[in-house]
Design a protein around this ligand. Structure first.
Ligand code: SF4
Ligand code: SF4
Length: 341
């Protein structure tokens, strides 16, 4: 959450932004305008990648200031283009979007939450995997992660509906495993920022996968592959995900060769601007996939269903395998083959 008391107007945030060409002086001027509640050029150019959180040396959370002001002023083209979707999401959160789905499982096992995603937005066969066997599964508009609404010009949805979503999950009276990292961030980060108590235990998908792989070492056949991965925006709020992912890669015999667009320098998947700046979106996608191929990786790993959907076309056009993280683990368990094998 934006904390003006931590901002010394150093300008690092926007001077490092990959999607504008600012020096520190101009960056500081824009941040100052936003702090005064005024419009600034960055609102139009910002693609909502969240990377400036990584660039800010004081933890002031400049992306949150930008997202709030994008919504307040409507200056970002993302706001108008996403309004129909935001209206639909709001209806869902108000309980007018049709019922959620709950597939009951073993009473002793946790619930796997898909947030508001459709099951079909994850790879085919995900729920048949030994990884998730016996778990109850829940999805629906009232379980929405909310944190990702910043990519739709709707930052305020978290504040308005976080309590409601946490309450709905609490009604299940079970531990929750979030298959989507922004669902985890609602419980782990946003709820704390908003002073909301989370009355259930929860795990990030990666924590769950690490436990599963460690508990089933005899089922793993190391893949001995090199992969690149698409860091989704949630990484910018919660760096621990990178560490957990590295642990998963070690457990299944996967190596990440160094590449230009990784860590702090990762590129956005470009999803938020596909409807407003298609040319830039395609340019980002192509640079990203080519960089992954050039580093010697044999596939691109995605960890978010949105990144996965956005990168489907460019990876397929360039003939480069793209694998969702759960499928990568299923390959190590011998449930499905490596692409083309
Ligand atoms: S969120 Fe990303 S695109 Fe927006 S200003 Fe920050 S770094 Fe730039
Ligand atoms: S938000 Fe952070 S990086 Fe940006 S001007 Fe303020 S202190 Fe500097």
């Amino acid at each position: 959450m934006w904390d003006a008391s931590k901002c010394d107007l150093c300008g690092e945030c926007l001077a490092n932004c990959r999607y504008v060409d600012y020096d520190k002086e101009r960056a500081a001027e824009d941040i100052k305008l936003l702090m005064e509640g005024k419009e600034a050029d960055i609102l139009k150019s910002c693609i909502t990648c969240v990377a400036c959180n990584d660039y800010c040396p004081t933890g002031a959370d400049p992306s949150n200031l930008i997202f709030k002001m994008q919504e307040k002023t409507g200056a970002s083209p993302i706001v108008a283009s996403m309004k129909p979707l935001v209206d639909l999401m709001t209806k869902g959160l108000e309980g007018e979007g049709g019922p959620g789905q709950l597939i009951p499982g073993d009473p002793d096992k946790p619930v796997l939450s898909f947030d508001s995603f459709e099951f079909k937005q994850f790879p085919e066969g995900t729920l048949d995997s030994a990884l998730f066997k016996g778990m109850s599964v829940v999805r629906g508009p009232e379980y929405m992660s909310l944190v990702g609404a910043v990519h739709m010009g709707a930052e305020s949805l978290s504040e308005k509906y976080a309590q409601k979503v946490i309450d709905r999950l609490a009604e299940l009276k079970k531990d929750i495993v979030y298959i989507h990292n922004e669902g985890y961030l609602l419980a782990h980060m946003k709820a704390k920022e908003l002073g909301i108590e989370v009355p259930f235990r929860y795990q990030h998908l990666f924590e769950y996968l690490i436990d599963f792989l460690k508990n089933n070492p005899d089922s793993i056949k190391k893949l001995n592959k090199k992969v690149a991965y698409q860091a989704n925006c949630a990484i910018r709020w919660f760096r621990q995900q990178d560490i957990w992912l590295g642990e998963i890669f070690d457990l299944i015999g996967v190596e990440c060769p160094p590449r230009e667009y990784s860590g702090v320098n990762a590129l956005c998947c470009s999803g938020p601007i596909i409807g407003t700046n298609k040319e830039l979106a395609i340019d980002i996608q192509q640079r990203n996939v080519k960089d992954a191929m050039d580093c010697g990786a044999e596939a691109l790993i995605t960890i978010c269903p949105m990144c996965d959907a956005v990168l489907r076309r460019p990876t397929s056009q360039l003939g480069f395998p793209k694998i969702f993280i759960t499928d990568l683990c299923r390959m190590a368990l011998g449930e499905i083959p490596w692409p083309g094998a």
